[in-house]
Design a protein around this ligand. Sequence first.
Ligand SMILES: C[S@@+](CC[C@H](N)C(=O)[O-])C[C@H]1O[C@@H](n2cnc3c(N)ncnc32)[C@H](O)[C@@H]1O
Ligand code: SF4
Length: 380
Amino acid sequence: MQPLALYIHWPFCLAKCPYCDFNSHVRDKIPEARMVAALRRELAAEAARLAPRRLSSIFFGGGTPSLLAPDNVALLIADATRLFTPAEDIEITLEANPTSVEAGRFAGYAAAGVNRVSIGVQSLDPAALGFLGREHSAAQAIAAIELGAKIFPRLSFDLIYARPGQSVAAWRAELRAALSFAADHLSLYQLTIEAGTKFATLYQRGAFALPDEDLAAALYEATAEEAAQFGLQSYEISNYAKPGRESRHNLAYWRYEDYAGIGPGAHGRLTLRGGLYATSRHRAPEAWAELAEAGASCREDIIPMPDRAREALLMGLRLAEGIARPYFEARTGVALLDAVDPMILEAAIAEGYLVLTDERLTATGEGRQRLDALLPRLAR
Ligand SMILES: C[S@@+](CC[C@H](N)C(=O)[O-])C[C@H]1O[C@@H](n2cnc3c(N)ncnc32)[C@H](O)[C@@H]1O
Ligand code: SF4
């Protein structure tokens, strides 16, 4: 049975963080019942055309899925595991914000079947949490991590670094403190300025500056060193895990495997009618719900050949394991060496950015830091 990863998007947050361009919305009253009914409808529609499939993972992402009532999470998990065939070791992750109210729902999520929590801590420094516009304190974040570690078999949390004025020494100290909590996985993101966010306006006005390229590179190297001290290996550009504790759900994206996405703005990559399709859905929650209620919320576009290879390269080179050449060919229909510019490939190998063997194409640590510049030239 072909495996499937399932993403469920919950598009609401208590407040909009100034750096964030995810599809998240603030409402006085979240229309939870209507949204959950529409999600269940989309799930049934996906199952009708995709099942039987072995469901390897479910990921509740957002937005802030920890605003959802545990009973509704239970309904969605029950639907998904009834409509598809759950793998024995199915991974079920829910993203949570660490306010005390949301931590209070952790036991309910675990009872619903969630076996992995991913907490948006962002920083353990009170001043940085203020700058990032977060709704929780460092103490609340630590309490949520400690509670989460007791309740869920697996736990990850997110931090944002390369913040204005952050030195390598200060980041090492913050990260070491974070690593002392029992997490088997961390997502460590460098702060990026996304168009349309409050930070984009402030940054353009010169209200703050970001670390220059050399400092950003030094911060990245320090991150991998500190994580390794605690047994967490860098397996993707921004993700670190103990061996075997990688996010299986996110690996499906990076390995360019099939995944279904439901909810406002969710996208998927699905094998349908023998072709590979990109699925997408309306981003605005209420407009999306209306379309879902009418059974018309999913747009499908076949992914033509050069795009398929480009996407597989873009995703696979983020991973420390790189790209398996036989799988690449089976998935995209083209041999890996026919999908890349031979001159750029040779130069990138000579520079130490890429490694090519009979089995795999892999980006080195240095290469993974330069992927944004390398990929547009590498892919044909
Ligand atoms: C969808 S958000 C997450 C979850 C949850 N709502 C929260 O805020 O904790 C996923 C993660 O992306 C990261 N992120 C979002 N925007 C970012 C940016 N501009 N720069 C760096 N990291 C960012 C944050 O670490 C965030 O936790
Ligand atoms: S970072 Fe998380 S809480 Fe903040 S706006 Fe984005 S999705 Fe919402």
